[in-house]
Design a protein around this ligand. Structure first.
Ligand code: AR6
Length: 205
């Protein structure tokens, strides 16, 4: 029993554990969008998107993993950037990572009182990261689940924002300059959310 998308939009924050079995396998939904479960630092794409904080000086979660694998030069470059606003992104080199660039996006700390504000900020993260990618002529981009860890954004709601923003961008004129977007999941709750939401925005070919 899969709730309809209308229902999801109207009554968000669905309990992801109700969404049925997890398909842990990574998958290609169509030739421009993929889902990957695993460590984003292992991907040799053009750009990976970090879930950073406003200081851009590192932290836990995926941010910690990216800085560890990139090496201390990443932090040195981040120190020159003067931080980043919530809902926006900045780009750096990738140093010891197998990707070419790292885009550091600052997601919102989820607010149950103002979910609308959280949504605007999260959308801004995806939009600004996609724009940075094409400005730097990057063709493949892998997004971490911005804000869905320590920052507490509900997985389904975050996946809806991620998929709708990426779809809108890929359908636009600028979006034609991107080859592929990969959504990276790590925890089971996010795998469930993407398996549920992705096919609705990107039906399998
Ligand atoms: N590869 C891919 N995804 C991962 C990895 C990994 N190696 N590790 C965690 N995730 P989080 P946030 C997933 O908490 O919620 C940091 O301290 C994780 O399961 O890393 O945006 C920053 O400095 C989740 O789905 O970021 C900020 O202070 C997603 O990555 C704060 O945390 C994001 O979880 C940002 O919190």
């Amino acid at each position: 029993d899969i709730p309809s998308l209308d229902l999801l939009y109207n009554r968000k924050t669905l309990d992801v554990s109700r969404l049925g079995p997890v398909d842990g396998a990574s998958s290609i939904h169509n030739d421009r969008v993929g889902l990957f479960r695993g460590d984003i630092t292992s991907l040799s794409v053009d750009a990976i998107v970090n879930a950073a904080n406003t200081s851009l000086l590192g932290g836990g979660g995926v941010d910690g993993a990216i800085h560890r694998r990139a090496g201390p030069q990443l932090l040195a470059e981040c120190r020159t950037l003067g931080g980043c606003e919530t809902g926006s992104s900045k780009i750096t080199n990738a140093y010891n990572l197998p990707c070419k660039k790292v885009i550091h996006a600052v997601g919102p700390i989820y607010s149950e009182l103002r979910p609308d504000r959280s949504e605007v900020s999260l959308r801004g993260c995806y939009q600004s990261s996609l724009r940075l990618a094409i400005e730097h002529d990057l063709k493949t981009i892998a997004f971490s689940g911005i804000s869905t860890g320590i920052y507490g954004y509900p997985s389904i709601d975050a996946a809806l924002v991620a998929c709708s923003t990426v779809k809108e961008f890929l359908d636009s004129k600028d979006g034609q300059r991107l080859d592929k977007v990969i959504f990276v999941t790590f925890e089971e709750k996010d795998v469930r959310a993407y398996n549920h939401v992705l096919p609705r925005f990107f039906p399998p070919a």
